[in-house]
Design a protein around this ligand. Structure first.
Ligand SMILES: [Zn+2]
Length: 77
């Protein structure tokens, strides 16, 4: 019988061959390869999305600063 290990990610038991020790904030936990692969894929997509959001946020705050500056110029004259 194959040894089953508890996957902290799926919260079910998988065969040991499909499991890898995965480092978490709480220490090392067993996690299945499938969930690790899925997470790393999602992570790549999320990074790209995050970078886009950062650029967008920077543009928004730049415009807001510019807008405030203009308002101040009008108020002072
Ligand atoms: Zn799993």
């Amino acid at each position: 019988m194959t040894e089953m290990l508890f996957c902290y990610c799926c919260r079910v038991h998988h065969p040991k061959e499909e499991m890898r020790l995965f480092r978490t904030r709480q220490g090392y936990r067993w996690r299945c390869l499938r969930s690790i692969e899925a997470a790393s894929r999602n992570h790549g997509e999320r990074d790209a999305f995050g970078q886009q959001q950062t650029a967008l946020n920077r543009e928004i705050s730049r415009r807001a600063a510019e807008h405030n500056w203009r308002l101040r110029q009008i108020a002072e004259t």
